[in-house]
Ligand binder design. Structure first.
Ligand SMILES: *Cc1c(COP(=O)(O)O)cnc(C)c1O
Length: 482
């Protein structure tokens, strides 16, 4: 028998007070000063590696309070600050104390959600919040199976896989070579590329993802969809899934959900709605009508880590056909507890096996803010989007998309005339580092600048800062010859 290890070699769970105090100070600083920080980091990989070497060169033996302080410094200097109200970027939100506390509790108790019996309290809190969120989009009933995912990617993958296994019940055992008919999936050309990745991961190949033309507003054209599906069917494809996007990543377009539902219905295809970002509009009574038609979907993807202002990663998938999820994901084991109930255990109905309590932070955020608090944050961001459109037009910029969601795609007459380029303006913006925006080329057309409101803290002063930075960047990019 070996001796018991010395107590001093066992790391403590409860960190010294100083660590909590430091974390609390970090949170306060992040809230009060993030607006003043450079949004775009100015560090090279080499500088970061040197700094790591210098501070942590010989690993081990450092007090946690010092490490926390050093890591916080590194993160402050070495991140694109997505929680800045001046980050007008991709859908990465500012977060609240409730979300941080939820993630901390999940880390502390480390609940295992693979089976219900290992984490009943966590399972029920997740189910509770999923049910309430699902209710807003017609996915609240007993016939609905909903679960948290790492993000929209895994959620879209889960939905596509469920749809395919519903259509081809033997595919789970035989693979695609063993079924008759070649499945195809329909998206708009502005849909998120996670659907392409899902098709590849599902083994049906990216050729099976058929990108359908968009209209002038960058939304899916239902007539083009109908024609494409009919032509494919005549060519021997089996149209299996139609995906509508409610809030495209590039331009914030909302595909015509009821019309897409009609087309999916006409071809007996599974109707999936990807509302990864836009889904949160459902919490606002004013914005909810934008999503009318979503309740007809067979499955829905909605990310909590985007417009619900919850820390990453927290996606959600809602599905009206639990049997399809089981077909896609269930396996038999003798070693999982409560295996008799494997049909309802998350490990048997989802892509994950060991499962973190992803939904705790969503639960804490939801029960502290309440539906109305969440709605107010979302509506405020929508109004800031309107402010950006107005301010840009007043300053002579041209807004090129039309959506009630806060994504603004724009250009300038001097870019259109070739005096400056979109890329040149972006480079200046990143170099100046006061705001962050991106670029997009919708429908493979003109390259546009893109500013999206993703922080509930963004206010009028941030919008003014954005326009000032754009003006300065345009002047500099023009002077550089673009
Ligand atoms: C962000 C996004 C995704 C991917 O979600 P992740 O959470 O980044 O994995 C899919 N679809 C749409 C429309 C999105 O906006």
């Amino acid at each position: 028998m070996s001796e018991e290890p010395g107590k001093e070699t066992v790391p403590p769970v409860a960190p010294p007070e100083e660590v909590w105090r430091r974390l609390a100070r970090e949170a306060e600083a992040a809230e009060s000063s993030v607006r003043e920080w450079r949004v775009t980091p100015r560090v090279t990989a080499e500088q970061l590696r040197d700094r790591l070497e210098e501070r942590f060169g010989d690993p081990g033996g450092r007090p946690l309070e010092r490490v926390v302080a050093e890591v916080a410094d590194l993160l402050r200097d070495g991140l694109t600050h997505v929680t800045s109200p001046r980050y007008f970027g991709l859908f990465n939100p500012s977060v609240t104390a409730a979300g941080i506390a939820g993630d901390a509790l999940a880390a502390l108790y480390n609940p295992q959600l693979a089976v219900w019996s290992h984490a009943p309290a966590a399972q029920e809190m997740e189910a509770w919040i999923l049910e309430r969120l699902g209710d807003r989009v017609g996915f609240g009933g007993d016939d609905v199976q909903a679960h948290f995912t790492s993000g929209g990617m895994e959620a879209n993958y889960s939905a596509v896989l469920a749809a395919l296994h519903q259509r081809f019940p033997d595919a789970g055992e035989r693979g695609w070579a063993g079924v008759s008919g070649r499945p195809s999936v329909y998206v708009s050309e502005e849909a998120h590329h996670s659907v392409l990745k899902a098709a590849r991961m599902a083994g049906i190949g990216t050729d099976a993802v058929r990108a359908v033309r968009v209209d002038d507003g960058f939304g899916l054209d239902p007539e083009a969809l109908r024609e494409r599906i009919a032509a494919d069917r005549d060519d021997g494809w089996t149209p299996a899934v139609v995906v509508a996007t409610a809030g495209t990543t590039g331009t914030g377009a909302i595909d015509p959900l009821p019309e897409v539902a009609e087309v999916a219905d006409a071809f007996s295809a599974w109707y999936h709605v990807d509302a990864a970002w836009g889904g949160s509009a459902a919490l606002s009574d004013r914005l909810r009508p934008l999503l009318d038609g979503v309740e007809r979907a067979d499955s829905l993807v909605w990310d909590a880590h985007k417009w619900l202002s919850v820390p990453m990663g927290a996606g959600m998938v809602f599905c009206r056909h639990p049997g399809a999820l089981r077909r896609a994901f269930s396996t038999r084991t003798t070693y999982m507890p409560g295996d008799a109930h494997a049909v309802t255990a998350p490990y048997a109905t989802t892509a994950q096996w060991s499962r973190r309590a992803i939904g705790l932070k969503v639960f804490l955020t939801g029960v502290t803010l309440g539906r109305e608090g969440w709605a107010a944050m979302i509506e405020r961001q929508a109004r800031m989007g309107d402010r950006i459109r107005e301010a840009l037009r007043d300053a002579g910029w041209t807004v090129a998309n039309d959506t009630p969601l806060p994504v603004v795609c724009f250009t300038h007459p001097r870019i259109r005339s070739g005096e400056a380029t979109t890329g040149g303006v972006l480079d200046e913006i990143y170099d100046r580092g006061r705001v962050w925006i991106s670029a997009v080329r919708p429908a493979d057309g003109e390259s546009l600048l893109r500013a999206c409101v993703t922080s509930f803290r963004t206010d009028g002063s941030d919008v003014r800062c954005l326009v000032e930075e754009l003006e300065a960047a345009l002047a500099a990019a023009g002077a550089d010859g673009g």
